[in-house]
Structure formats: structure tokens, C-alpha cells
Design a protein around this ligand. Structure first.
Ligand code: 5GP
Length: 114
């Protein structure tokens, strides 16, 4: 199967501004930022979307969330607040079929989202 865009970023085949990496996740700046700070954190394992996660991925998903909060703090967003977003499927606005969590901050974010 061909690699997803984010697998290519993980493999350093496509450049990205990486802000955090460990053995199971990678965080990098979104190429089209929707806020002053907009980072994507992804599992290195190519899970297509949150709806297709399995029980044995519980630890990885917990790690992803803990590291999303840690990266937000690393970028100074914990002082003012931030939003974590996972888009799932067409109506959710998913465009890259590799699970990713958006970390958005640096301005007030409206609610509900459009
Ligand atoms: P989704 O819409 O699937 O939730 O989010 C995909 C995100 O990937 C979008 O915010 C989009 O701007 C970002 N993106 C698309 N292509 C690239 C790329 O080549 N590099 C980076 N860093 N981000 C990308």
C-alpha cells in the first residue's frame, strides 16, 4: 500500500517543521495554519482515523493525548489555552487518512466550529 502524506513526513521523505518526536508519535507544524500556533501530532503507526482504532491501541491513543498536552505546554499554549481537534470522515473535515490531532492556539477560538 502507498504511504500516506504523514507517513512520508515521518520517514523524512517530505520536509516538515518538527516540534516533538519520540518512538511512537511525531508533532509538526501544519502547512496551512488556522491559528497563530497550529501543530499536528500523529502516531507513527498508520491508523487511518479515530473510528478505526482498536482496543489494543488504547495505550498509543493515551500517549498521543498526553503528548498533545505536553507539546501545547512546550509551545507556551498552556498559559492562554488551546484546542485539540480530531477530524473524522467527510463531514468531520478529514482530508489526510492518517490519524492526527490538531493543536490550535495563540488566539481565541470560536465555538461552535463552522
Ligand atoms: P484534516 O483536514 O485531515 O483534519 O487535517 C489535515 C491537515 O494537514 C490540514 O490542516 C492541512 O493543512 C495539513 N497538511 C496538508 N498537507 C500538509 C503538508 O504537506 N505538510 C504539513 N505540515 N501539513 C499538511
Amino acid at each position: 500500500m502507498s504511504k500516506t502524506l504523514f507517513e512520508k513526513i515521518i520517514a523524512r521523505e517530505i520536509p516538515a517543521a518538527i516540534v516533538y518526536e519520540d518512538e511512537s508519535v511525531l508533532a509538526f507544524r501544519d502547512i496551512h495554519p488556522a491559528a497563530p500556533t497550529h501543530v499536528l501530532i500523529v502516531p507513527k503507526k498508520a491508523i487511518p482515523r479515530i473510528a478505526e482504532t482498536a482496543v489494543d491501541e488504547q495505550q498509543l491513543l493515551g500517549h498521543l493525548m498526553l503528548k498533545a498536552a505536553a507539546v501545547a505546554a512546550q509551545l507556551g499554549l498552556d498559559k492562554t489555552g488551546y484546542r485539540l481537534v480530531i477530524n473524522n470522515g467527510k463531514d468531520g473535515g478529514e482530508t489526510v487518512p492518517h490519524l492526527h490531532c490538531h493543536i490550535l492556539g495563540g488566539r481565541h477560538l470560536a465555538w461552535p466550529p463552522g
